[in-house]
Design a protein around this ligand. Structure first.
Ligand code: FE2
Length: 322
């Protein structure tokens, strides 16, 4: 059996499929916009790769958009067909189980499946990241920390996912209030994985929570390449930078970031709407006239009020029409 970039057994057989799968996993860890393209290459090359369909479905569920539930269901069906057709090992079955659990309305079951993978394969960085991602949308900060801490000692210094693991550790430490260690872990993460936007973001959170906007701006300055490759997550990092400027009453910088980065693309992803609305509210509370910037957010949000498939998204994406 072949191995992936993390040394885990993988049922893929061709070099093209394995390379694309490695890029898919590394892309997901880096929040890269290119991740779906890599996964499409994998499934084009290996149409019986059940684990690939399972991960595709989980990615779609994490987006919290109702129209993508059907796409996730199709991915689950494809995973089941592939699993029956060629059979898969225990690790890959657990990924299919994770998708099935969430599709049945039990994201905690998905987490449990990922933790079962980590029981058997603690150096499976993809399972670690998926566990953190699902715990994140469920608000399980203690679980995020526990999940990382139990696999951390098994990672050798040359493990390809070690930087991203430390980035996830930094975020879990920050979310559980251990700010000094979070800052150190995040810096180590970026040193090992310069495109680890999640680790960079964890340190930004530390500076936010400790009310040190100047240190936060110093941290982000010159590190733009760490989030330039990202999917919608890049807007969120820019949002953090805008908050730092707002703390320093640098309103012109906030408005400029809003117009040129945070709302550069008029997207309706709940995270993007949340970034924008929470920034406009803060500006208005400070007495700033934000002009007609609410209007496009209200129009986009009006079409998303019935999503109702991810409570984390629902609570973040409601924008009142004014
Ligand atoms: Fe954040």
């Amino acid at each position: 059996m072949q191995s992936d970039i993390f040394g885990q057994p993988i049922s893929l057989t061709t070099p093209v499929a394995i390379e694309a799968w490695n890029e898919t996993m590394m892309g997901f860890l880096a929040h890269a916009a290119a991740t779906p393209r890599h996964l499409a290459t994998v499934l084009g090359e290996a149409p019986n790769f059940a684990m690939g369909y399972a991960v595709k479905g989980l990615f779609y569920l994490l987006l919290g958009r109702r129209e993508l539930l059907e796409t996730a269901r199709e991915a689950m069906d494809a995973a089941w067909v592939a699993k029956r057709r060629i059979g898969v090992d225990q690790r890959e079955v657990l990924y299919v189980d994770a998708l099935a659990a969430w599709m049945a309305g039990q994201p905690n079951g998905s987490i449990a499946a990922m933790e079962q993978v980590l029981d058997l394969y603690p150096q499976d960085t993809l399972a670690m990241k998926l566990s953190q991602a699902i715990r994140f949308v469920l608000g399980d900060a203690d679980g995020m920390r526990w999940s990382v801490e139990r696999v951390l000692p098994t990672y050798q210094p040359d493990h390809a996912g070690r930087g991203y693991l430390l980035g996830c550790y930094a975020f879990a430490l920050e979310e559980t209030g251990d700010y000094d260690r979070a800052r150190i872990a995040g810096r180590q993460a970026l040193w090992l994985a310069p495109n680890d936007a999640w680790g960079l973001h964890a340190v930004a959170h530390v500076h936010d929570m400790t009310c040190n906007a100047r240190a936060g701006l110093d941290w982000l300055a010159g590190r733009e390449a760490a989030w330039a490759h990202c999917n919608n997550f890049r807007y969120h990092v820019w949002w953090h930078k805008a908050l730092m400027h707002l703390d320093l009453c640098q309103i012109d910088e906030v408005i400029a970031l809003y117009d040129t980065e945070i709302r550069k693309d008029k997207t309706d992803d709940y995270r993007d709407i949340s970034n924008a609305t929470s920034l406009l509210v803060r500006l208005e509370l400070d007495g700033v006239d934000v002009g007609d910037r609410w209007e496009e957010l209200a129009d986009l949000s009006a079409d998303r009020t019935e999503d109702g498939c991810l409570i984390f998204a629902d609570l973040h994406s409601q924008t009142p029409r004014r």
